[in-house]
Ligand binder design. Structure first.
Ligand code: SER
Length: 316
């Protein structure tokens, strides 16, 4: 029998693209996409699942004999600050529900997305190592540190095969991020293609680690497919793509749109960004399961502009 995979949070920025990649790889009939409601363009098997409801997760796991779960539901960094307790509740509760269901029904593998948001003031901002001290100052970051520790706990205590990556900011054309501090790096390309001025909520020289969506999805599948003995980090793996500032993205966009205009109006997200790494040391991921990013700034820019032009021509 084929392995059946449940994706929770399939409508999100990563979820949409990952669900499609999993369908292509393992067959549409083996992927159960789930979220709070069905999206219009959902293609394949879809179940409405509110991950705060453990019984609903159980139902779907039993109905489809699920063997693997990718848990992508979360409230991101900037949005999380608007409602800290709700964010904590949602991020942590849904994850504990997934871990419990996985333990009870002997799920074979579980994926947990962590983030560069786990780092705070104590971590070196350049080449931040995997095992830096974690003292984040967003509720999202705190919930991810907590989630990583729960992942390790369930692995050590119950032998659950939980695998995790700390995503940098994700740049992609297929889906929109919602409520993150790195969202500007997606919005900027939309505005360029629409010939609009972009108002950036970070300063021009704010450098953050970013990754192209195709690399992020490939990393996710690679860590999940790696032989079990290669997975040595049971909290979460740092992965690097490329470090970028708004100024650098702007100058690359101007190669294609010389009149592209940007103005800077930093807000509370500037403070969040200033606590996060500028660059990531991902040597553990490289050594343990062969991680290597493929996209640089030019290939990201070229792909984003090409794909978004196509999308908008369809819509306009
Ligand atoms: N991209 C996320 C955010 O900005 C970080 O994981 O919140």
């Amino acid at each position: 029998m084929d392995t059946v995979i449940l994706v929770i949070g399939a409508n999100g920025q990563v979820g949409r693209v990952l669900t499609k990649a999993l369908q292509d790889r393992y067959g549409k009939e083996n992927i159960i996409a789930s979220d709070l409601k069905k999206s219009e363009d959902s293609d394949g098997i879809f179940e409405v699942v509110d991950a705060t409801d453990i019984d609903r997760i159980k139902e779907v796991v039993i109905q489809y004999q699920v063997a693997e779960i990718y848990h992508l539901a979360a409230i991101l960094s900037a949005k999380g600050e608007e409602a800290p307790l709700r964010t904590w509740d949602l991020n942590v509760k849904t994850w504990l529900n997934v871990l419990e269901v996985a333990r009870i029904y002997s799920i074979e593998k579980v994926f947990y997305p962590s983030s560069i948001a786990v780092f705070g003031k104590a971590a070196p901002r350049d080449n931040t190592p995997n095992n830096a001290y974690l003292d984040p100052m967003t509720v999202y970051g705190i919930s991810k540190v907590d989630g990583e520790n729960w992942a390790q706990y369930y692995h050590v205590k119950y032998g659950l095969d939980v695998r995790s990556i700390r995503y940098p900011g994700i740049i992609g054309y297929q889906s929109l991020p919602g409520g993150g501090t790195t969202d500007y790096a997606v919005d900027i390309y939309h505005k360029a293609v629409l010939n609009k001025t972009f108002t950036c909520f970070l300063n021009e020289d704010t450098i953050l680690p970013m990754i192209f969506i195709d690399d992020a999805v490939r990393a996710t599948i690679e860590v999940m497919e790696a032989p079990i003995e290669n997975i040595k980090v049971r909290t979460s793996y740092n992965i690097a793509g490329i470090s970028l500032s708004p100024r650098e993205i702007t100058s690359e966009i101007r190669e294609l749109y010389p009149d592209f205009e940007i103005e800077y109006k930093p807000d509370f997200r500037q403070e969040i960004a200033e606590e996060w790494p500028r660059s990531i040391d991902d040597s553990e991921a490289q050594m343990d399961w062969g991680w290597k990013p493929e996209y640089d700034l030019w290939s990201i820019t070229e792909t984003m502009i090409r794909e978004l032009k196509d999308q908008y021509e369809v819509i306009l």
